[in-house]
Design a protein around this ligand. Structure first.
Ligand code: HEC
Length: 150
């Protein structure tokens, strides 16, 4: 039992340190996520949804910058909770509450007024970043570029 605990601890240390490097690498590739080092194909349902979410935010940002209406985000966003992940052992006790926060920020974004839309849009971007700080550091820099001046 003790040996198992040591093994799990070492595995944790390895994952923590390897992930740091993986994030850098992923950022350099300009794509994806440190999860890619786990699965080089990286085309899980969640990864595909994430790309759609990133594209949706980019289009929403352009809409706001051009003083147009709040633009809709992809309508399958709620599937973030059920979409298959590259890492089947991803810690759902951390992931799910962060996903709920993200979904709540999307709801606020939809009920924005002209005065609050920049702020609410940025809250969505920040919810992306918060979760990525826990799981997937690679795209953070890219996600932060989506922020609007408030
Ligand atoms: C609740 C946690 C969480 C939230 C919120 C979140 N992400 Fe992710 N994101 C992940 C995880 C986990 C992965 C790895 C997915 C996989 O490989 O299965 C990922 C992957 C990605 C990827 C890489 C996809 C690829 O090509 O492999 C991008 C880009 C991305 N997210 C952008 C975003 C953006 C933009 C938002 C906000 C609109 C966002 N994420 C919100 C957890 C999250």
């Amino acid at each position: 039992m003790a040996r198992l605990a040591v093994f799990i601890f070492l595995l944790g240390v390895c994952i923590a340190s390897c992930n740091g490097a993986g994030g850098e690498e992923a950022e350099k590739k300009g794509s994806a996520c440190k999860m890619d080092s786990v699965n080089p194909n990286g085309n899980s349902e969640l990864a595909i949804l994430m790309r759609k979410m990133a594209a949706g935010l980019d289009s929403a940002k352009q809409g706001i910058l051009n003083h147009r209406e709040v633009r809709p985000l992809p309508d399958n966003i709620a599937t973030i909770l059920t979409a298959k992940k590259t890492d089947p052992n991803l810690d759902l006790t951390v992931f799910d509450p962060l996903a709920q926060k993200y979904l709540a920020s999307v709801k606020d974004y939809y009920s924005s007024t002209a005065e609050t839309k920049n702020h609410n849009y940025n809250s969505v971007v920040k919810a992306c970043v918060t979760c990525h700080e826990s799981f997937c550091g690679g795209p953070i820099k890219r996600i932060k570029k989506l922020l609007l001046p408030e």
